[in-house]
Design a binder for this molecule. Structure first.
Ligand code: GLY
Ligand code: MN
Ligand code: MN
Length: 363
């Protein structure tokens, strides 16, 4: 059985447990996960005993290559996706059809319901996303490689960076170097934020030069094949001020302690609380305004979420970021982010970019 067939088999167990006769997968990332098909604009119908991809002519050659044997319904030019999808569902004789609430649009849901008055459309949550949270060996290998490419790109940029470079130039160089080392590109538009701008946890690169402040936050990741990495490091271009030193040490301590708490059976909220506790005790609780981390895989943000009120237990095979941060509007922010695999006996940090305070100094 292929890896994708095995995933669909696991999905069918979820479909059964949800008491629907099939699931219409409209999230294209979920379609990729279930089939290996890397194109867009295609829906997958998974029923108890069958599977069919609704696609179009642009992808037929790619589909033969990426998922040989997958049953296709290729809509002809001019034929509407809605009509082809409705026909496929009708022929599959599905009475109760699960739809993916987070990707199904109200428009498509209503139009499909009109075409299929006898079929009951049932919103479902996270059926495929729940499976995606636990990675298999090949997925871990792909994430590992994405971490490696991110590191190579970062090292190359760091070695050549000058104080007159702008945030945008650093961002462009990260992308260029990631591609040079074999990545498909970056996994998201990188955050390169000088001084006070680093207080924006998701700031976009501007024309500000690194020399405009003593420090810069760099948050980047590579996409290798279909999988991603996601890291954050600080660069010090000027002096290390006492405030920077103090906050950096708190963030680093919080991050290391949280990583240490990662093992199968730990609850996501418990791992978040380890970092939050250290930061709060140091007096910066209000300055840590986001969750501790998130799963990575085919997407940069996926299940599980390491935040408050997430009782989900970590399982071997999950890969999560651990990224505490302390932010002061007008002064700046300090965040350190690594990617961590949950292993049967604990965890393994997949990103090995140095992060002691001295490592932040650009010489
Ligand atoms: N780069 C986005 C994040 O760290 O979540
Ligand atoms: Mn990040
Ligand atoms: Mn992240």
């Amino acid at each position: 059985m292929s890896v994708h067939e095995a995933r669909r088999k696991r999905l069918r167990q979820q479909v059964r447990a949800t008491k629907v006769d099939g699931l219409l997968v409209t999230n294209f990332v979920n379609v990729t996960y279930l089939t290996g098909f890397t194109g867009d604009d295609s829906y997958l119908l998974v029923t108890h005993d069958g599977v069919q991809l609704v696609t179009d002519m642009r992808y037929t050659t790619q589909l033969e290559d990426e998922c040989p044997g997958l049953k296709l319904q290729v809509r002809s030019p001019g034929e509407k996706m809605l009509d082809t999808t409705a026909d496929v569902i009708k022929r599959a004789k599905v009475d109760r059809l699960g739809v993916e609430a987070s990707s199904m649009t109200v428009g498509l849901n209503n139009a499909l319901q009109e075409k299929l008055p006898k079929t009951k459309l049932e919103p479902t949550e996270d059926l495929v996303e729940g499976l995606r949270a636990v990675k298999d060996k090949d997925e871990v290998a792909a994430i590992r490689l994405a971490c490696h490419h991110a590191k190579r790109a970062f090292e190359a940029v760091r070695a050549a960076v000058t104080p007159t470079m702008t945030e945008s130039q650093v961002a462009a160089d990260l992308e260029y170097q990631a591609r040079r080392f074999g990545a498909k590109g970056l996994s998201f538009e990188p955050i390169v934020a000088v001084g006070a701008r680093s207080a924006l946890p998701h700031g976009r690169p501007t024309q500000l030069q690194l020399a405009e402040s003593d420090f810069t936050l760099v948050d980047w990741g590579a996409r290798t094949g279909q999988y991603v990495s996601d890291l954050t490091r600080m660069w010090v271009t000027g002096k290390i001020s006492p405030k920077f030193r103090k906050i950096y040490e708190v963030v680093l301590q919080a991050q290391l302690a949280a990583i240490d708490a990662i093992r199968p059976g730990s609850k996501c909220e418990e791992v978040d609380a380890v970092a939050r506790g250290i930061i709060t005790k140091a007096g910066y609780g209000k300055q840590f305004g986001h969750g501790l981390g998130h799963g990575i895989g085919l997407e940069v943000h996926e299940a599980p979420r390491l935040t408050k009120q997430q009782a989900v237990e970590l399982q071997s095979g999950m890969v999560v970021t651990v990224e505490p941060g302390i932010y002061f509007p007008g002064w700046g922010g300090i965040r350190i982010e690594d990617d961590v695999l949950v292993t049967p006996s604990g965890h393994e940090v997949l990103t090995d970019v140095p992060k002691q305070l001295d490592d932040c100094l650009l010489s």
